[in-house]
Design a protein around this ligand. Structure first.
Ligand code: ADP
Length: 550
């Protein structure tokens, strides 16, 4: 018989995070840019104070434990207060991505059956257009002061600062079971309708802990964090919770995430750490490079940057290091994994490698952190070795990995061994570094072998005249599928198919070379900036490859 330990049985809760931050890091600043011209300086102490007022206000509005509260909001102090107030009182904070199409936003709000919607004024028009189709929503709360309240055709329109001002700051956080739901995020739905991932207090706190470990993201009280990943994108990768856990300073950029604004914040607030998708950093470097003569880059203290959501281009990793002395931590994950799953920190033997070799390693998606078990599997379900050669679908298990989508029964998204299939295809090298080569839906199946669309795209965008490129599989009578390369040339450049294949032929295996190249003015993207390949496949469904004998 086993013996039980004699340690305290304490549930993990999000309210403990804000209590800790407000007790031990009360004066640490939260700098919030509500708009391009207005900012507000708050502290962890004040976040707790106002979150408690908000929890009382929500209670007065009749919000009950388990009910969903939607936000359509940028990264601001008010959104941060909502994160802690809603989950802390036992309700569920549902961050809606305002970049989705109107039909997707109303689908998501209705699927979640949200009770209230808190919104930034910039999203008011979007909400007015769909408000009539949201039967569960009892009211709309504008994230502003009384003097800024717009006249809007929204039923039961309330003012956030009024709610805060009228409510008492005395609120006892309930002693919730750690498995209580805390927040809800929908996947961006590259295929079919968006699906909800419902996080718990336990999964959120454990995930935050992982972010604060040195071989996680190494977040600490010594960091000033510029949050350039939106709080409506997988809870800003869990950083608001992790920052409260370690007492880091937070800089919330609001709607302005252009290169110039990010640069200004970094200098002014002494930012040591930042996070964002590759597109954000492309804008950042465009600014730096165009203003190079005027800027004193030594003013930047940026030590680490997390790049994720899509592959971090090697050239970006190199620029961060050589121009700014910033180490790029590439991270891989998804809404279903909270999202941190693999993180690119170096092993001892890799620390002193020549830079070019190190960049190759950083261009991979990193290694599994404690709490996440990662495996690659063949289509037949056989587990494949981590030999840097074999390529298979990534499956994951762990306490912050989804068990079922919102509305399904627990475990419905898992196989018999408890693995969640990510839909990402990868190899894992002998050091445990994952390298994503594709998504299962996008991989090109040619004569029984797999061709990586991502590898081909990476090579194609290396051509100096190429702005963006996508590769999809197109039906072929002999090979089943062959690659079609779709290219957006840079403005003012003209490019031929022969030039493209010529450029690529020494850079990829001969049999991987695209059969055809077509040129377009632009490519379709999802709300989180990923290539929308379903639409491209639809658009080029009838494309007859020039290599097809039939
Ligand atoms: P969605 O799946 O709804 O588009 P997510 O934000 O959950 O939105 O995206 C997760 C996906 O993004 C992963 O499954 C993977 O395909 C891709 N991804 C995330 N991080 C990386 C990375 N570092 N490198 C390559 N792909 C990545």
């Amino acid at each position: 018989m086993t013996m039980l330990g004699l340690m305290q049985q304490q549930d993990l809760r999000i309210s403990q995070l804000i209590e800790h931050a407000a007790t031990h890091h009360a004066q640490v600043e939260i700098v919030s840019h509500v708009s391009d011209t207005r900012s507000y300086r708050s502290t962890w102490g004040e976040v707790r104070h106002r979150a408690k007022r908000l929890a009382n206000a929500l209670t007065d509005l009749g919000v009950l434990p388990g009910q969903r509260i939607a936000t359509l909001a940028w990264n601001t102090h008010r959104h941060l207060e909502l994160y802690f107030a809603v989950a802390g009182m036992g309700a569920v904070s549902h961050t809606v991505n305002p970049r989705l199409f109107a039909e997707q936003i109303s689908y998501i709000i209705n699927h979640a059956a949200d009770e209230y919607v808190f919104f930034d004024l910039g999203f008011a028009e979007q909400l007015v257009a769909i408000a009539g189709q949201l039967p569960t929503v009892k009211g709309f709360v504008a994230l502003c002061e009384r003097s800024e309240m717009p006249a809007l055709d929204l039923p039961n329109l309330l003012c956030y600062e009024d709610l805060i001002a009228q409510a008492s700051p005395d609120f006892e956080w309930p002693q919730l079971d750690e498995n209580t739901a805390s927040s809800l995020c929908y996947t961006s739905g590259t295929t079919g309708n968006p699906k909800g991932v419902l996080y718990s207090h336990r999964s959120t706190v454990l995930h935050a802990w992982a972010a604060c470990t040195v071989d996680g993201l190494g977040l600490s009280a010594r960091d000033s964090v510029l949050l350039a990943v939106p709080m409506f994108h997988v809870n800003a990768w869990g950083i608001p919770y992790a920052a409260a856990m370690c007492g880091a300073k937070l800089v919330l950029p609001g709607p302005g995430v252009g290169g110039e604004r990010l640069y200004e914040h970094m200098v002014k607030e002494g930012c040591t750490f930042s996070l964002g998708v590759p597109t954000v950093w492309l804008g950042f470097f465009q600014y730096i490079e165009s203003q190079r003569a005027q800027l004193d880059l030594t003013q930047l203290k940026l030590a680490r940057v997390v790049v994720g959501g899509s592959a971090a281009p090697r050239a970006m990793i190199e620029k961060f290091e050589t121009l700014l002395g910033t180490y790029v931590i590439q991270a891989w994950g998804m809404t279903e994994t909270s999202p941190l799953a693999t993180i690119g920190n170096l092993l001892p033997a890799q620390q002193d490698l020549p830079l070019a070799r190190r960049f190759d390693i950083q261009a991979r998606q990193g290694r599994a952190i404690f709490g996440i078990e990662v495996g690659i599997f063949s289509p037949e379900g056989e587990r494949l070795p981590h030999d840097g050669q074999r390529v298979g679908e990534i499956k994951v298990r762990g306490p912050w990995v989804v068990s079922a989508y919102y509305g399904d029964r627990a475990g419905a998204a898992l196989n018999d061994e408890g693995w969640f299939s990510t839909g990402d295809v990868a190899l894992i090298d002998t050091d445990g570094f994952v390298q994503i080569t594709d998504r299962t839906k996008d991989v090109i199946k040619s004569g029984g072998e797999w061709i990586s669309s991502i590898d081909l795209e990476n090579v194609a965008v290396g051509h100096p005249k190429v702005q963006e490129a996508a590769v999809i599989g197109v039906a072929h009578s002999k090979w089943q599928e062959r690659p079609l390369l779709i290219v957006v040339p840079k403005a003012g450049e003209s490019l031929t198919a022969a030039e493209m294949t010529d450029f690529m032929k020494d850079r990829v295996a001969r049999w991987w070379l695209p059969d055809d190249v077509v040129f377009v003015d632009g490519l379709p993207h999802t709300a989180t900036g990923k290539l929308l390949k379903t639409q491209l496949r639809e658009q080029f469904k009838g494309h007859r490859l020039s290599t097809d004998p039939i």
